[in-house]
Design a binder for this molecule. Structure first.
Ligand code: ADP
Length: 419
């Protein structure tokens, strides 16, 4: 009987709760015991410093429905890198998720209603300690102490790299814990192999070897809603709007938002404007539209956008060009964190559910010889690809862009790509 734990790590995204729900319910259906790890890898490193009984017997907070426990204590807690620990963890109202316990046994009811919640209820974090061998040794000890032998990580390429490092190092970590006498011979033998599977949670849709990441459809939807709102005022006043959208090194959000909302010009990292200076190319395209009577102008700038020489393209500069050269009344709108989440759209419930269930199957089928898998989706079919291959390819795309080899980067991301 496997003991399965699930954690969310790195940047939050809509649909992470659905992924956790699917892993919890899927593994219970398969006869496993299920656990959640709060606050990503940081929770693994911190582990449980008090027993479940102590945590459960502690007086319940006065307003348990608020989903915030002991907020003064939590507000003062800081991670190793100085960032504040988030509050707002899941409301396990029997007290099992109190702050002395980061690795919490959960049941069917604990994840009820999680579909429609944005972000991640079990918390996420960026953990500097997990990047160190010492931190990972603590994490391994905390897992073995609870008897957990399988782990699902939902996060971006950083989190999945961490998962791969952890699995590769696992035998050495177990040997060290045994030699230090912290675990028994039986424990060392039983935990000789860590089963680990990755789910890609990222609003950017920036992972290679999968068509869609968990959270990207909701982020795209939020951006389209924002453009719709801007559309009416732009049309009324015949204005131009420059929108800066997220996506890190990936232009997927910007490009798809542009296509879905009829934008006039889109700047993405993978295909910078062909002209130098690019200002001429943009102005010409917009003038053409205005010339046939279009009353509004929408320009979208991906946060990682740059010209062919890799000089960043900034929304404020685009605004100045539109105002000064075309005489347009231009405003900049930065959507910021509003695009990260909120209520997940249907796709961000369906995809993580199907992927979470497959993650459990992959854990059950894993052997020391099989690679750690990343669960993806290709042409509407749930897929498994070696986690490290997907991460390596994602990094290669970023590398090719930084070498100004844009076409090769696009080809690597999508082998069927043609200009
Ligand atoms: P994302 O998963 O969204 O890409 P990060 O790149 O910040 O976000 O990674 C999330 C966490 O994954 C990091 O805070 C760290 O704890 C862990 N991690 C990332 N890279 C590594 C690595 N090379 N070794 C160990 N842990 C890593």
């Amino acid at each position: 009987k496997l003991k399965v734990a699930v954690l969310t790590s790195g940047g939050d995204s809509a649909g992470m709760n659905a992924a956790v729900r699917a892993v919890v319910k899927g593994s219970i259906l398969q006869g496993c015991e299920t656990w959640i790890v709060r606050e990503g890898y940081e929770g693994l490193v911190r582990g449980n410093t008090e027993s479940a009984d102590t945590a459960a017997s502690r007086e319940a907070p006065q307003n348990a429905n608020l989903k915030v426990y002991d907020s003064d204590f939590i507000a003062n807690l800081r991670f190793g890198d100085g960032t504040l620990l988030r509050d707002g963890t899941a409301d396990f109202s029997d007290g099992r998720s109190l702050h002395g316990r980061y690795i919490v046994r959960v049941g069917w009811d604990d994840v009820r209603g999680w579909f429609s919640e944005g972000g991640t209820l079990i918390g996420t974090a960026r953990s500097t300690t997990f990047r160190t061998n010492e931190g990972r040794l603590k994490a391994a000890y905390n897992l073995i102490k609870e008897g957990i032998d399988a782990l699902v990580v939902c996060g971006g390429d950083g989190s999945l790299t961490g998962a791969d490092v952890f699995r590769a190092e696992w035998p050495t970590l177990v040997a060290t814990l045994r030699s230090e006498g912290r675990i028994s011979e039986e424990q060392a033998k039983y935990h000789g192999h860590l089963r680990i599977v990755g789910l890609v949670g990222s609003i950017d849709n920036d992972m290679s070897m999968t068509d869609m990441t968990i959270g990207a459809p909701t982020a795209l939807h939020r951006i389209c809603e924002a453009i719709d709102s801007i559309h009416s005022t732009a049309l009324s006043h015949s204005r131009a709007f420059v929108l800066e959208v997220m996506g890190r090194h990936c232009g997927w959000l910007a490009l798809l938002a542009g296509v879905s909302s009829g934008a006039d010009f889109v700047f993405i990292p993978e295909r910078p404007p062909q002209c130098i200076p690019w200002e001429d190319e943009m102005c010409e395209a917009i003038q053409r539209q205005r010339g046939v009577g279009k009353r509004k102008t929408i320009v979208i700038v991906a946060e990682g956008a740059h010209d062919k020489e890799l000089n960043p393209i900034r929304a404020d500069h685009v605004k100045d060009v539109l105002s000064e050269r075309l005489g347009l009344d231009t405003r900049v709108t930065t959507l910021g964190h509003t695009q990260r989440g909120g209520r997940p759209c249907a796709m961000d419930r369906l995809l993580p559910t199907l992927q979470g269930l497959d993650a459990v199957d992959a854990l059950l089928e894993a052997t020391p010889e099989t690679p750690s898998y990343m669960i993806g989706v290709r042409e509407n079919k749930i897929t498994r690809v070696p986690l490290m291959e997907a991460v390596a390819m994602t990094r290669s795309v970023a590398q090719l862009i930084s070498e100004k080899n844009f076409e090769k980067a696009m080809e690597l991301r999508d082998p069927e790509f043609k200009e």
